[in-house]
Design a protein around this ligand. Structure first.
Ligand code: IMP
Length: 219
């Protein structure tokens, strides 16, 4: 039975739930976590936040991410790799930037906001152009992580990071919209923060903390 897409909720029966910590302790080695991405930035962030796991990237090639929301796309990707790694933990994340004044855009289209192929400078330039003269620049990053456990059970969790879009880019760290995004409580962009500072407050960091609560420490 498939778990419904929802935030932080198990289906009623959890009797097939596997805890990676217990499992790996029994086996005596690091748990593998297959992750459906080829994005090196994401892999680095995931490895930093889940250091006890052996993160194994597996690009779900040819999969069409055509769901209307992050959870739907994360599930499409994780199901594609879980088919190949039965009996293992698998995860996919889908993430993006949602800008209030743009009705939630770029949202699920964040990677290709300025068109195909994905082009970060063009995406950032288009975002600034679309916000020219806009005073309310509130935005948030959202990350959805979809997991399949070794029994085939599915779970979806979300993490958010609220902030606003700067008038101009600043910083060289991170990737994507980082130079334009200023998290709440900061006067620096994500691209001006260290990896540790970003991970502590980022949408992905928050979603992965929930993942860690589910899968354990992996060692
Ligand atoms: P996806 O989750 O691989 O589909 O990527 C979505 C897109 O959202 C990325 O290509 C980036 O443009 C943007 N994005 C997601 N997370 C971040 C982040 O942490 N910083 C900057 N941009 C991000």
């Amino acid at each position: 039975m498939r778990l419904k897409t929802q935030d932080w909720c198990w289906k009623e029966s959890t009797r097939f739930f596997f805890n990676a910590e217990t499992q790996s302790a029994q086996r005596g080695y690091k748990m593998k976590l297959f992750v459906a991405t080829h994005n090196q930035h994401k892999i680095r962030e995931i490895s930093q936040i889940l250091p006890g796991f052996e993160i194994v990237p597996d690009d779900p090639e040819g999969v069409e991410e055509n769901a209307p929301d992050f959870a739907g796309n994360a599930l499409i990707k994780v199901r594609a790799i879980a088919e190949k790694h039965k009996g293992e933990w698998c995860m996919a994340d889908d993430s993006g930037l949602e800008v209030k004044a743009l009705g939630g855009a770029p949202g699920v289209h964040s990677a290709r906001y300025a068109g195909e192929p994905s082009n970060t400078p063009a995406n950032n330039a288009l975002l600034l152009k679309n916000l020219e003269g806009v005073k309310d620049r509130a935005a948030r990053f959202t990350c959805c992580c979809a997991l399949v456990d070794p029994s085939g059970e599915e779970l979806v969790v979300h993490g958010h990071c609220p902030g606003h879009i700067a008038e101009k880019a600043a910083g060289v760290e991170g990737f994507g919209y980082d130079p334009l995004f200023i998290p709440n409580g900061y006067d620096k962009s994500f691209a001006e923060l260290s990896a540790d500072e970003k991970n502590a407050i980022s949408h992905r960091g928050r979603a992965l903390e929930k993942v860690r609560e589910i899968v354990g420490n992996g060692e």
